[in-house]
Design a protein around this ligand. Structure first.
Ligand code: GDG
Length: 482
């Protein structure tokens, strides 16, 4: 039997802390939750994360802290809540995490907002997560910390005296050293991470970036050959660094793709657009996802090939979120403006180029769209890995469909059958769209066949096993800093 596992991430899959009587707990949409849920459902364990409630004051947090809230799911997984106040959410989550770390780690230094007060909250909340984890974890259990919201937690666990195994996985890119050094709290982040026995990245390049930054702290590492785990020697001991690409619950997508209701729904979607092939994009509202660049490429295609007008339907679903952050509100306005402008300019009787929906689809509906689409566009400006691309491949058991994939998505190195694009190159992007729309069936099938092996051989559960089976770095000293 697998040893007990405690997963720690900013958010739980369901907001268990919302007031009773306000309906069923809301499910959180996002790559991290979708990848970890099947892993925990299979091996069992606990999941520590923010419970979704925004408490009015620090006093309310202290009160909630006295009565920890946990919920057992039907799968046996126990969700363990960490309380946050409105101020914590504003400063730690929207501030330090979403306005500083997220843009910087995705190579958008120009969008990065560095507020010292946000960092104070980040530190405090990371400590609260570490304390909560130790409260919920039983002796002998191992702790698996996730993502950029919680990069100080590994070291904080050590400071609180935890001597067991701590692993860390970063879902987003780790930026090049020249960009990372912009962060005023860079040393604290590196030391925070180095409290873990293992630090795992999505792809070798992010690992190499991390190692290069860590050298500035005097960390000793062998010359990195990108792939394969390496050992980092540092003041506190040693830590293994590796790259393990995350996977999806492919079987669930196959099951849905074969479900008669989902199939019928996909036919209905296709009919709604007449005989026109559907180009489909679906993601969270985020400037990293390249949604505006995609609109501009569609427009460029129309400008250079006016005869394409009326011959396709482009359907873009955007899951709203992070609207407390100005950069996201701005982006939403810009999307609305561009869709209006492009449709106004290019639309005609009974046809508009862009169909835009600003709301989440549930998973069966999402799969119905993957099935209805002739072309799926996954064209982020930067993306740690990206799960939409493998989900589309897994869903297309019929072997048809074209994937247009940004070379800046971590997953691009694993999906050789995709049509690769640089989303910043609007002309090449437009040409690729034309090529995708006119690709002969034989080539479509041949390309899809080349993508299936990676997706099927790399389910989320196998990814987790690989991460958790890494031999740990040597003992990390458990001691109180300064
Ligand atoms: C982070 C990293 C990394 C999309 N539209 C709808 C919907 N989705 C689901 C997809 C997919 C998930 O959201 C998005 O996952 P991504 O991986 O594409 O992106 P992030 O949320 O940014 O995830 C990313 C990931 O962590 C895992 O490590 O791959 O690079 O940024 O699963 O299916 N889900 C629903 N309705 C939608 O309309 N329900």
């Amino acid at each position: 039997m697998a040893e007990g596992l405690v997963v720690v991430s900013n958010r739980l899959p369901y907001d268990i802390g919302r007031e009773p009587g306000r309906g069923a707990p809301k499910r959180n949409v996002g790559g991290l939750v979708n990848a970890i849920e099947p892993v925990l459902a299979e091996r069992g364990g606990k999941w520590v994360g923010w419970d979704g409630a925004m408490l009015p004051s620090a006093a309310a947090v202290a009160q909630s802290w006295a009565r920890p809230r946990s919920t057992r799911l039907a799968s046996g997984v126990v969700l363990c809540g960490v309380p946050l106040s409105e101020r914590d959410v504003a400063r730690y989550y929207h501030g330090a995490s979403n306005r500083a770390l997220w843009p910087l780690f995705h190579d958008f230094p120009g969008k990065t907002v560095l507020e010292p007060e946000d960092w104070v909250a980040y530190r405090e909340v990371n400590r609260r997560f570490a304390e909560a984890t130790l409260r919920y974890a039983r002796p002998g259990e191992r702790i698996w910390v996730h993502d950029f919201h919680l990069m100080l937690v590994p070291r904080l666990l050590r400071e609180l005296g935890f001597g067991g195994r701590v692993d860390f996985f970063l879902h987003i890119p780790f930026p090049p050293a020249e960009i990372f050094r912009v962060l005023p709290w860079r040393e604290e982040v590196l030391r925070g991470l180095l409290g873990a026995n293992t630090i795992v990245f999505q792809v070798g390049r992010y690992k190499r970036n991390f190692v290069e930054s860590a050298r500035s702290l005097g960390v000793v590492a062998p010359d990195d050959e990108i792939r394969g785990p390496i050992t980092l020697e540092h003041e506190e001991g040693s830590t293994r660094a590796s790259a393990e690409p995350i996977g999806i619950d492919a079987a669930d997508f196959v099951r849905l793709a074969e479900d008669p209701e989902v199939k019928a729904r996909s036919v209905q979607i296709r009919r709604a657009y007449g005989p026109r092939p559907i180009l489909f994009g679906g993601e969270r509202l985020d400037y990293t996802k390249g949604i505006l660049e995609r609109f501009l490429a569609v427009e460029r295609m129309l400008r250079t090939n006016p005869s394409k007008a009326g011959t396709f339907a482009f359907l873009q679903v955007v899951v709203p979120g992070r609207h407390q952050v100005e950069e996201y509100r701005q982006m939403k306005r810009e999307i609305d403006r561009q869709v209006g402008r492009i449709n106004g300019e290019w639309g005609g009787e009974g046809w508009v180029p862009i169909h835009y929906r600003a709301r989440a689809l549930d998973r069966p509906e999402l799969v119905a769209h993957y099935l209805a689409a002739s072309v799926v566009l996954v064209t982020p400006l930067r993306d740690g890995m990206n799960l939409v691309a493998p989900e589309f491949v897994a869903s297309r058991r019929d072997g048809d469909g074209v994937l247009v994939l940004s070379e800046f998505a971590g997953v691009s190195e694993h999906l050789p059958g995709a049509l690769a694009v640089n989303p910043n190159d609007v002309e090449a992007f437009a040409t690729t769209l034309v090529r995708a729309l006119s690709m002969p069936e034989r080539e479509r099938r041949e390309r899809m066949d080349r993508m299936r092996p990676f997706v099927e051989a790399n389910p989320a559960t196998a990814w987790a096993e690989r991460c958790l089976a890494l031999p740990p770095g040597g003992a990390v000293r458990a001691e109180r800093a300064g």
